[in-house]
Design a protein around this ligand. Structure first.
Ligand SMILES: NC(=O)C1=CN([C@@H]2O[C@H](COP(=O)(O)OP(=O)(O)OC[C@H]3O[C@@H](n4cnc5c(N)ncnc54)[C@H](OP(=O)(O)O)[C@@H]3O)[C@@H](O)[C@H]2O)C=CC1
Ligand SMILES: N[C@@H](CC=O)C(=O)O
Ligand code: NA
Length: 431
């Protein structure tokens, strides 16, 4: 049996994918049965790093998704449109889909999976989360019998690369981001990485798989890394933490339906397994019953690793189609079957440990006044440290115990009005 693939996109991931498909020697034997039929791109004049059969390249992506010869459409163009429409058209034409596009799946998964289930085709997305790390299939299959309690991950390679280099070298943000772009890690618009949207897309997908209900992407709280300064990295280091952009999905109240799903820079204790995940590496820590903790670790972005996940999805489909006697009946361990949305708990109701950096006028009783205000709002403090003093302005770092975020914000609103407060440059969460 030969499976014909229509590739949409021949950029970083598309090129990595084509390279594997064109070089099957020594890999899984099923690769021998997969053939690149057409490749859709934006520009025919660009030089390419792979040599494809003549007439393979086209700018007519609509023709690829409706080509009767094609069995599997691999969407690697990114973005919302035309990716969403092309995926839906391909599904309507009975084609299986492999995609690395977390933006489209996290926002239009409902529409796409419903259409796929009706058409009896698969939509596979291993490359969409954690790049080359197998995490989607393990959540669907290997961990499928567990009751998941929490998924905590470093799921964006670009920001982890930036934070790691800022931590190790103290370098400036912009040139490090430019290097991440050159290495093929960043999104077409790197704001998606830096502002946390890409991580939010990914945690919405992971939460949906882990907790068995779709997640409304708009309800995922999201803070990026722009506000993380060299000063915070250095203070965190002195206090025994590293700063990581964490994506967190958990059920904070056992046996109740609400979920916490959010992305924010977080102070991670140096002894925590996620603290040593550096550079473009990603890691996803899954906690479940009865398994306990499992951590998936590996390269989270880049051509080769991401293509590894894309092609593993292609051969998964090829294997399923090969074993199906006639028309494919959806294998429930490969298909997506959630039909309802999970409720998300507002941040104000959640309990977190928080790190606050303040610049205050050096006046008597200022620390006491802060402590009283937090106390009045039921916010218990773990430590208040004076880090420095310049021109009669003291720099303080406050770390709280687990406190309700709404109560903390109410205290902070009051504190902002104190005449002693010069500035509040940072508010971060602590794991
Ligand atoms: N880069 C990475 O490390 C990872 C990326 N992903 C995801 O993979 C997908 C692809 O990313 P990446 O390879 O980095 O992106 P690139 O920008 O490198 O490549 C995009 C490709 O799609 C083509 N393309 C884009 N828009 C159109 C259009 N409207 N019509 C025709 N062709 C189009 C481009 O054509 P042309 O070459 O002619 O410009 C290019 O070949 C994205 O969804 C991304 O989020 C997921 C995990 C990791
Ligand atoms: N831009 C993304 C690419 C992989 O998903 C990242 O940096 O993680
Ligand atoms: Na993956």
């Amino acid at each position: 049996m030969v499976f014909k693939v229509g590739l949409l996109g021949l950029g970083t991931v598309g090129t990595g994918t084509a390279k594997i498909l064109l070089d099957p020697e020594g890999r899984h034997p099923l690769l021998q049965s997969i053939e690149i039929c057409k490749v859709g791109v934006k520009s025919l004049s660009k030089s390419r790093q792979v040599s494809l059969p003549p007439d393979c390249l086209t700018t007519d992506l609509e023709a690829i998704v409706s080509d009767p010869a094609i069995d599997v459409v691999v969407e690697l163009i990114g973005g919302l449109e035309p990716a969403r429409s092309l995926i839906l058209k391909a599904i309507k034409q009975g084609k299986h889909i492999v995609t690395a596009n977390k933006a489209v799946i996290s926002r239009y998964g409902d529409q796409i999976f419903t259409a796929a289930n009706q058409a009896g085709v698969y939509v596979m997305l291993e490359a969409a989360v954690g790049g080359g790390i197998p995490v989607i299939q393990p959540l669907k299959q290997g961990l499928g019998v567990n009751r998941i309690q929490a998924v905590t991950g470093i799921v964006n390679g670009t920001t982890n690369y930036i934070l790691t280099r800022m931590q190790n070298e103290g370098g400036d943000f912009e040139p490090i981001l430019a290097e991440a772009q050159r290495l093929g890690y960043a999104e077409a618009d790197p704001a998606a990485d830096v502002d946390g949207f890409d991580a939010a897309d990914k945690i919405a997908i992971l939460a949906s798989l882990a907790f068995g209900g779709r997640i409304k992407r708009d309800e995922v709280y999201c803070e990026g890394i722009r506000q993380v300064s060299a000063a915070d990295i250095s203070y965190a280091d002195k206090l025994g933490f590293v700063i990581k952009l964490l994506a967190i999905a958990k059920r904070p109240y056992p046996n109740q339906p609400g979920l916490q799903v959010r992305v924010h820079p977080t102070l991670v204790p140096k002894a925590h397994p996620l603290a040593s995940v550096n550079s473009v590496y990603n890691a996803i820590l899954v906690e479940g019953e009865p398994i306990g903790q499992v951590m998936f670790f590996g390269p989270g972005a880049g051509a080769g690793p991401t293509a590894s996940a894309v092609v593993s999805d292609i051969i998964n489909i090829a294997a399923t189609l090969t074993s199906a006697a006639t028309q494919p009946v959806a294998n429930p361990l490969l298909a997506c079957s959630h039909q309802h949305y999970s409720p998300i708990i507002p941040n104000a109701e959640l309990f977190s440990r928080l790190y606050l950096r303040l610049l205050v006028k050096d006046q008597p009783k200022v620390i006491g006044r802060l402590g009283n205000c937090f106390g009045d709002h039921g916010v218990s403090l773990e430590s208040v440290v004076q880090i420095g003093m310049q021109d009669k302005i003291a720099e303080l770092v406050v770390i709280t115990h687990e406190v309700q975020e709404g109560a903390f914000q109410a205290a902070l609103d009051e504190i902002r009005g104190f005449p002693e407060i010069q500035d509040i440059p940072s508010l971060l969460r602590v794991l």
